[in-house]
Design a protein around this ligand. Structure first.
Ligand code: SF4
Length: 458
């Protein structure tokens, strides 16, 4: 996917400069600061307990007003090993290894997300998602740069058209945090771009010309790195296309920088519904009061939220991890939607699990918690094959007349398999005695209906 897009300005605003962490990051998301928002004011359900937060230890000198300014958080991302060692203990050898890794796969962590890491635990699930590992290089020969074949399905720069009725728009390669398991790791070396207005217009023209496109997914890089005005300019024009029914936004901001979900953004999004938002919580510890408040603001603005987590070794690869995560999501009214098998992306092999792990997790959840809490375990097939659900096998055998099934406890049941619809006889209680009652069924299912006079209808 060739990009001739606009480079982000290397502008560091002077506002709040006295609170700039050493070596402020470039890649400012530009334009106006977000409005203030109240956190947790209106939450109906108490968010899960805040677990370990090192904010006050590491960032205690940052006042709340600055801390809750998403642009301050964005500008002060930790993007080098030299910055990282100010917050996390790394041996000299680890530092040298990580310098090598970040030459190929850069580093970016928001102060907020960094504050969730337990600095005393090298196996911390938050840490493993954010801090590079030498294994990204030592196992780097496994996998592919673009395993999903997105380049082949890119019709115009930034627009991926794989399924008949929906398209993916990639508006930028910038994310507030660079997740170590990212499918689009290949884009990280391109140094921060945003689609130009000419490129966006070409994408919109493609959608206008293809009337079968009813669903437009805006994803990333993270599209919420664009300013609210910039995003609105694009969403407004998508919404003006009559055959586009829904717009979906894929973003990890509610997880890694929830302060971005401010009143201004919510008011803008609410104008262009139906908009659905897919986010990406991977561990229950990410469901903080700040994240819960961000989701609450979106929901109150009419934006339903689904969660797409990725199954990651040593991070969320047990029944307990996933159950806690999904229960936590339901408490903040976010639907557990997909659990993805980690794609075979170069530099992520150490985080991938055997497919059987995902199947066992679903097996361990089914029956032990409500169906609402169970995501669909999915493999996104290589070479653009698309997503397929993978489920434990509950059907032991199937004949024309019978299914043999097992339940979550392993008990076996014989289930009569209807081969023809049963003969209909409508109840007198629900019939009105009009002369020519018809039932609108396909021809092969039509059977004579005996209409009886209902005593209640006189
Ligand atoms: S937010 Fe998504 S696109 Fe961005 S680095 Fe993380 S996984 Fe990749």
């Amino acid at each position: 996917m060739k990009t001739s897009s606009v480079r982000i300005k290397n502008r560091i605003e002077t506002e709040s400069e006295e609170y700039c962490l050493e070596s402020c990051s470039n890649g400012d998301p530009d334009e106006e600061p977000p409005g203030k928002r109240s956190i947790s004011d209106n939450l109906e359900a108490k968010p899960p307990d805040k677990i370990v937060s090192t904010r006050h230890r590491l960032f205690g000198h940052i006042p709340d007003e600055i801390w809750n300014d998403w642009k301050w958080q964005f500008r002060n991302r930790i993007t080098s090993v030299d910055q990282l060692v100010q917050f996390i203990t790394l041996s000299t050898e680890e530092q040298a290894q990580l310098r090598l890794v970040t030459m190929r796969y850069p580093l970016s962590i928001t102060p907020y997300y960094l504050s969730l890491i337990d600095p005393n635990d090298s196996e911390d699930p938050i840490r493993k998602q954010a801090i590079p590992s030498a294994l990204e290089m030592t196992m780097g020969s496994l996998g592919a740069e673009d395993p999903l074949g997105e380049r082949e399905d890119t019709i115009v720069p930034g627009l991926v058209h794989r399924y008949p009725d929906r398209v993916l728009l990639v508006l930028t390669d910038i994310c507030p945090m660079l997740c170590r398991h990212c499918t689009r790791k290949r884009e990280w070396r391109n140094g921060g771009w945003v689609r130009s207005s000419v490129e966006v217009e070409a994408m919109l023209n493609y959608i206008r010309q293809h009337k079968n496109i009813r669903d437009v997914i805006i994803s990333g890089g993270d599209p919420l790195t664009l300013s609210t005005n910039h995003l609105e300019h694009i969403i407004e024009r998508i919404r003006a296309i009559k055959h586009v029914e829904i717009i979906r936004i894929g973003t990890r901001f509610p997880v890694v920088l929830p302060q971005r979900i401010d009143k201004e953004l919510c008011s803008m999004l609410t104008k262009y519904g139906p908009i659905w938002l897919n986010t990406h919580f991977n561990h229950v510890r990410e469901i903080t009061p700040e994240a819960a408040a961000a989701c609450d603001s979106l929901l109150r603005s009419g934006i339903p939220i689904n969660n797409q987590s990725v199954l990651l070794q040593g991070i969320n690869d047990s029944v307990e991890d996933q159950t806690q995560l999904c229960h936590g999501l339901l408490k903040i009214k976010v639907r557990p939607y997909y659990l993805f098998q980690c794609d075979e992306v170069q530099g992520t092999e150490h985080l991938r699990t055997p497919v059987g792990v995902g199947i066992k997790i679903i097996e361990g959840m089914r029956g032990h918690t409500s169906g609402l809490a169970i995501p669909t375990f999915v493999i996104d097939l290589p070479q653009g094959g698309g997503k397929i659900p993978i489920q434990p096998g509950y059907m032991l055998s199937q004949t024309e007349g019978e299914l043999v099934l097992r339940n979550y406890e392993g008990r076996v049941f014989h289930y009569r398999n209807p081969t023809k619809p049963a003969r209909h006889e409508l109840s007198a209680d629900v019939l009105c005695p009009t002369a020519s009652a018809t039932i609108n069924l396909p021809q092969e299912y039509r059977v004579p209906v005996r209409v009886r006079r209902s005593p209640k209808c006189g």
